[in-house]
Write a protein of this length. Structure first.
Length: 364
């Protein structure tokens, strides 16, 4: 599962990517600095993992990760191939969620591709290009489905009605995620199209250091503009985050954060947000050899969760021994949890909860 960082050229995408992944993607003060997408595997900050490490004292600790892709900046006309349009749109189609970076700071020394600072205009520029690309996909599909619908095919008629709804919404400048489609219709007909504007989105407002704790007027405008989108908005000072990652020791980074008025780097909040945006959650395995966070989709069953470790665990699943994270922390050890009768045995139908500490019994 991967989230793609998108935005106009020069809004701070590559600098943000470097903060998140500590990979040194090239960032510079001119458009199209990023051409090939950079990919980073980013650890998901999780205090629960740190607490389990403290209790178990294992030989090693392995956090959950999420894949972040830094995609080339987009310009007007991208849907028609302008700039790096076709390549950009192909790269973004391959991601599962979108982190849309908007420039929300003034600085005469950093050029803006449109000559002035207006995050709403920037958002609309990108939205329009993505919507035009989706409209092209919907129209192609609708042409095919209409032919089947004319023969009296009830399923095709149903699909044609939903596609017509999407076409109307996209033509009116509405992203697919904000178009009112029934849950069944969305699952059956919209999801298989893998439309770009149907992907979940988080708007990342890039502010200056002075707005790192409270945001600013630009951020408030973005929140108002996306109120009907069911999208999350966060703000962080990307330049400041870059300065923090350059510091060598944990102590230096903490002192810097305190000076700025932050309890943790904004990038940590963003990574957790991306994880949630991708509809992912975590369960843990905890033993003296290893304490590890495992990534599963929200709603995964116990056998599916076991399959993340190894396919044999899913095929031969017998049962899961489950301790809630709060019980593990309360009693301090697995042995004490068992003594208190707080370890549960769950079967194939069990839906794993975020933070469960699990052992699997299987037989192949």
């Amino acid at each position: 599962m991967k989230a793609g960082i998108v935005g106009l050229p020069n809004v701070g995408k590559s600098t943000l990517f470097n903060c998140l992944s500590n990979a040194k993607a090239q960032s510079a003060n001119f458009p199209f600095c990023t051409i090939e997408p950079n990919i980073g595997v980013v650890n998901v900050p999780d205090q629960r993992l740190e607490k389990l490490e403290e209790l178990v004292d294992p030989e090693r600790v392995i956090p959950a990760t999420v894949e972040i892709v830094d995609i080339a900046g987009l310009v007007k006309g991208a849907s028609k191939g302008e700039g790096l349009g076709n390549q950009f749109l192909g790269n973004i189609r391959e991601t599962d969620a979108i982190l849309h970076v908007l420039r929300c700071f003034d600085n005469d020394n950093i050029v803006h591709v449109d000559g002035s600072i207006d995050p709403i205009r920037d958002k609309e520029t990108i939205d329009m290009e993505l919507q035009l690309k989706d409209l092209e996909s919907v129209e192609k599909k609708l042409d095919k489905v209409k032919r089947a619908a004319k023969t009296g095919n009830k399923e095709a008629q149903k699909e044609a009605a939903i596609l017509a709804l999407l076409k109307e919404g996209l033509e009116a400048g509405t992203s697919v995620r904000a178009i009112d489609v029934s849950e069944d219709g969305r699952t059956e007909f919209v999801k298989p199209l893998q439309l770009i504007t149907d992907k979940p989105v988080m708007y990342v407002c890039n502010v200056d250091e002075g707005a790192a704790t409270e945001g600013n007027a630009y951020v408030e405008k973005v929140k108002e503009a996306v109120a009907n989108e069911n999208a999350e908005v966060i703000f962080l000072a990307v330049g400041t985050e870059a300065d923090i990652t350059e510091l060598e020791t944990y102590e230096e980074r903490q002192m810097f954060l305190e000076d700025v008025g932050l309890s943790e780097p904004g990038s940590a909040k963003l990574i957790r947000g991306a994880y949630t945006l991708l509809d992912l959650e975590t369960y843990f395995t905890a033993g003296v050899k290893e304490v590890r966070a495992w990534t599963i989709p929200v709603g995964a069953t116990a056998p599916q969760a076991a399959g993340v470790i190894h396919t044999d665990f899913e095929k031969g699943f017998i049962r899961a021994e489950v301790i809630s994270y709060t019980d593990y922390v309360h009693y301090g050890t697995e042995a004490k949890v068992k003594e208190a009768g707080k370890m549960r045995v769950e079967g194939k139908e069990y839906i794993v909860k975020d933070g469960d500490v699990m052992h699997f019994r299987f037989n192949v």
